[in-house]
Ligand binder design. Structure first.
Ligand SMILES: CC(C)(COP(=O)(O)OP(=O)(O)OC[C@H]1O[C@@H](n2cnc3c(N)ncnc32)[C@H](O)[C@@H]1OP(=O)(O)O)[C@@H](O)C(=O)NCCC(=O)NCCS
Length: 341
């Protein structure tokens, strides 16, 4: 037996989501900005998105998704070693949304921190969780992606406000028992970044460079600014490359992948990735038509829906990829285990 076989495996054992009940359709959006259902559907594939009510926040959604994920994994919150919350719009600048979630769900023995990798946050958090488990530093980890995008969207900017939606997804990651194949495995994760492209997707104000002031508010600098075509190109190239790299790292071929779940930003981006990989459309999962781009929450929400719809089943191999501001992106290959939602 070599050392490799003795390393603990990390598996996704539970999933949960929270989606605000308020639906904003393309037709309703067309009453707010100069756009149309046709334009949005053709350029993005999005038909509607969820919008948080005033009392719904990144924290409240994270808590509900977390409770559901723990129930799905049949794990008590007090068994958690770590809570990681991937978010670009945290409850506060500090303390972390992860700490507030830790308290609310009763994860009394867990460390907690936020992770900021924008729309790639969930994949980045998966890699951290996997590393903690494989190294033996933790056994039970809660990874959350929660985003209240509606609070940082410029509702006067039609090129961005049609794209995003609110929601949260959470996954329980556990050390798999030796010989328990039903638990599945996060087989590999790769991460990449290119900070030279940071200017193409950002919220300029509110940090140390441009603290909040009357001027920053007047200049609408607290909202998402995006260079759409640059982000589009980066996302297609980045996610396709990340899929190739993660498969290479596991000596797997594309034929070994049963389902691809790319960040749910835009149907044309997903199609671009699919065609670069030459994957059949039947292997591509998409739910962005219902929720728009929920940033770091998009992958766990898509995994949850895919399980619920019986598209993702025990024994399948799913490849996920995230891409977002930074630019930061990455991919993971997951042998899917028994997950009940
Ligand atoms: C935003 C995006 C959909 C725009 O699509 P596009 O095909 O690149 O469109 P363009 O930016 O070239 O704009 C084309 C025209 O549509 C207009 N337009 C932009 N948004 C519009 C909207 N919501 N409704 C109607 N017209 C719109 C533009 O003003 C432009 O008009 P012009 O030619 O008269 O100047 C596309 O660039 C995209 O998806 N980028 C990535 C966005 C993303 O996923 N970001 C998050 C990643 S994590």
């Amino acid at each position: 037996m070599n050392n490799q076989t003795r390393l603990p495996r990390a598996a996704i054992t539970g999933l949960g989501v929270y989606l605000p009940s308020k639906i904003l359709t393309n037709q309703e959006l067309a009453k707010i900005v100069d756009t149309s259902d046709d334009w949005i559907v053709q350029r993005t594939g999005i038909r509607e998105r969820r919008i948080a009510a005033p009392e719904e926040t990144t924290l409240s959604m994270a808590i509900e998704a977390s409770k559901q994920a723990l129930a799905s994994a049949r794990l008590g919150a007090d068994q958690l070693d770590l809570v990681i919350c991937a978010t670009l719009i945290p409850e506060h600048t500090f303390p972390s949304t992860a700490c507030l979630t830790q308290d609310a769900i009763g994860a009394t023995k867990a460390g907690a921190f936020d992770l900021e990798a924008a729309c790639a946050g969930f994949v980045y958090a998966l890699s951290v969780a996997r590393a903690y488990i494989v190294s033996g530093m933790a056994k039970n980890i809660l990874v959350i992606g929660s985003e209240t995008m509606s609070r940082v969207i410029d509702w006067q900017d039609r090129s961005t406000c049609v794209l995003f939606g609110d929601g949260a997804g959470a996954a329980v990651i556990q050390a798999a028992q030796e010989g328990d194949t039903a638990m599945g495995e996060i087989e590999s994760v790769v991460l990449m970044s290119d900070g030279a492209k940071a200017c193409h997707l950002m919220i300029p104000a509110g940090g140390s460079k441009m603290p909040a002031s009357e001027q920053t508010v007047r200049d609408r600098q607290h909202f998402i600014k995006m260079n759409g075509p640059e982000v589009f190109k980066g996302a297609v190239r980045g996610m396709a490359d990340a899929f190739h790299q993660v498969l290479k790292s596991t000596n797997l071929q594309l034929e070994d992948v049963d389902l691809m779940v790319a960040h749910q930003a835009n149907a044309r981006i997903i199609e671009g990735v699919r065609s670069r990989l030459d994957l059949p459309t039947s292997k591509v999962y998409q739910n962005l038509q219902r929720y728009g781009n929920t940033s770091g929450a998009s992958i766990p929400i898509a995994l949850y829906d895919a399980v619920r719809e019986d598209v993702l089943k025990e024994g399948m191999r799913v490849a996920v990829a995230g891409f977002g501001g930074g630019f930061a992106w990455g991919a993971a290959v997951i042998k899917w285990g028994k997950v009940t939602v």
